[in-house]
Design a protein around this ligand. Structure first.
Ligand code: T5A
Length: 214
């Protein structure tokens, strides 16, 4: 049976990387086989593109260039890691996927949603996450957490207004696809967020395992 595709989304500092550990522990406890990966990145070429696109630089980077670089990395990642893993019957847990492009390049940079959708169709046609955990928190709080952790990359140097647009685009996507998204209040203490993440993963896995194979 094909594996399931789980993604984590949200603005920087909401705790995606932290919660990947919760997803990992929950899947292990349920006896699932899985690979953990991230975007942009996940394969050697895609990680090279990640370094290019995140590095702070003096030269302006148009939203269209960001869009193309994100999908170039994603095309390699889908072809060389995500699809083969799902086909081999293992789950994939990915820190960000195409919802991030809709939120950052679409909502944040103002790239037309139709452009994102066109590249999505080329890059991963029928492939969509089975479960997306959207960790949601006010940008002022999340960015404060992100700053404690490491030096700012090109996105983290953006304004609060940029991250408000990104957050709004994420929430709009979650509203439009409630069957796929679980929105978790990531402003809560870590133990509460972790419990909500574990419970969402457990509920989805239970639903998948009781589905009648088609
Ligand atoms: N991007 C990506 C696009 O523009 N388009 C795309 O298509 C894609 C795929 C990726 C960048 O690329 C952009 C978006 C991003 O700007 P990244 O380095 O992967 O860059 O950045 P993030 O995914 O944002 O990762 P961060 O590490 O910055 O944030 P996380 O993973 O959300 O946060 P995390 O887990 O590192 O936690 C941050 C700190 O907060 C603490 C943690 O211990 C840590 O110190 N923390 C909490 N503290 C209190 N209460 C809680 N509930 C906490 N949860 C975590």
């Amino acid at each position: 049976m094909r594996g399931r595709f789980i993604t984590l989304e949200g603005i920087e500092g909401v705790g995606k990387t932290t919660q990947v550990a919760t997803v990992r522990a929950t899947l292990e406890a349920l006896g699932r086989r899985f690979q953990v990966t991230r975007e942009p990145g996940g394969t050697p070429l895609a990680e090279d593109i990640r370094a290019l696109v995140l590095a702070p630089r003096a030269e302006a980077v148009p939203g269209s260039a960001e869009l193309l670089l994100m999908f170039a990395a994603r095309a390699v990642h889908v072809a060389n890691l995500i699809e083969p893993t799902l086909t081999a019957g293992q789950d994939v847990v990915c820190d960000r996927f195409t919802d991030a492009t809709y939120a950052y390049q679409g909502g944040g940079r103002g790239v037309p949603v139709s452009d994102v959708a066109a590249l999505e169709a080329i890059t991963h046609g029928g492939l969509q996450p089975d479960l997306t955990l959207l960790l949601d928190a006010p940008p002022a709080l999340a960015l404060q957490r992100a700053k404690r952790r490491s030096a700012a990359d090109r996105f983290e140097a953006e304004t609060l207004a940029f991250f408000e647009r990104v957050r709004a685009a994420y929430l709009a996507r979650a509203n439009a696809e409630p069957h796929r998204f679980v929105v978790i209040d990531a402003a809560q203490p870590l133990a509460i967020v972790s419990a909500a993440v574990a419970s969402a993963v457990q509920a989805s896995v239970n639903a998948w395992t009781t589905e009648t194979p088609s």
